[in-house]
Design a binder for this molecule. Structure first.
Ligand SMILES: *[C@@H]1O[C@H](CO)[C@@H](O)[C@H](O)[C@H]1NC(C)=O
Length: 270
């Protein structure tokens, strides 16, 4: 009974994630050269390839051949997608082919593990060849506990839509703060005005900025970093969805690395 309630609630929370919102806010700036050398673009391979319009999602190199990203960024055919790494400028990165790509759900099924929550927006892809660029340094995962994460300053970066609605050619970054589950729930309930019981599952982290900074789908799959550039989460989007183009009171939702650590470590060790 408990389980069913919980999964319904999570579905509610995640299905309401809006991916039409721009990265909007006041503290957004362009990333400095090599500031986030581990951040990559995942893009479609098209006949007339254009790094900007073919950009699908952002991802994070966690080894020199593994990219951590969201499940909703996965390409149905890995041969039609590629990873672009090595530059803040989308047009100047090098292209890498993808060998395979596994979601948390596929990993759970393959290993016959018990699935605790219905929605798990996280995946790891493996490149066909190892990245040999000495300028690219893979990111490390944070080992901070959930309790220690509450209230800390965090950073997002990627190629999303800018304040002016155009997709960013140069990587942008912004500072956020992780909020507690109770604060997150309070904010979500206030906007959605729903009577349904909701919880924030342990699979996600919520973040906000003051006055506000909201993720765009271009940053989807990119990292949520602590101020030492350790990965604490994977960007999913904003919630809840409203009928306005955006609501400054929405919260950003990220997959929580602490919850998915076993999946990630197992996948990169194989
Ligand atoms: C990850 O950890 C290794 C070993 O401590 C370190 O050399 C490297 O600089 C770290 N990577 C980043 C991007 O900080």
């Amino acid at each position: 009974m408990q389980y069913i309630e919980v999964s319904v609630i999570i579905q509610f929370l995640l299905f309401c994630i809006s991916n039409a919102n721009p990265l909007i806010g006041n503290n957004i700036r362009r990333a400095r050269d090599k500031e986030f050398s581990f951040i990559v673009s995942i893009s479609a391979k098209t006949a007339r390839f254009d790094a900007l319009s073919d950009h699908i999602c952002t991802g994070t190199l966690i080894t020199n051949k593994h990219v951590l990203t969201a499940e909703h960024c996965m390409c149905s055919n890995i041969h039609l997608c590629q990873v672009i790494a090595g530059s803040n400028n989308l047009y100047e990165g090098k292209k890498y082919n993808i060998r395979n790509w596994i979601s948390y759900l596929e990993w759970i099924e393959k290993n016959r593990f018990h699935l605790e929550f219905a929605e798990n927006d996280i995946s790891v892809l493996t490149l066909l060849e190892t990245i040999a660029d000495p300028e690219i340094e893979p990111a490390n995962l944070s080992t901070m506990t959930n309790r220690d994460l509450i209230g800390i300053d965090v950073v997002v970066a990627g190629w999303g839509r800018t304040n002016t609605q155009r997709l960013a050619i140069i990587m942008e970054t912004a500072m956020l703060k992780i909020i507690s589950k109770s604060e997150c729930l309070k904010k979500v309930k206030k906007i959605s005005q729903t009577k349904t019981d909701m919880i924030v599952p342990p699979t996600v982290l919520c973040s906000i900025a003051k006055p506000y900074t909201l993720l765009d789908n271009g940053e989807s799959g990119g990292p949520l970093l602590d101020t030492n550039n350790h990965v604490v989460g994977v960007n999913e989007g904003t919630t809840p969805q409203t009928d306005k183009p955006f609501d400054p009171n929405e919260v950003n939702i990220h997959a929580n690395i602490n919850y998915y650590r076993h999946f990630i470590m197992d996948t990169i060790s194989n």
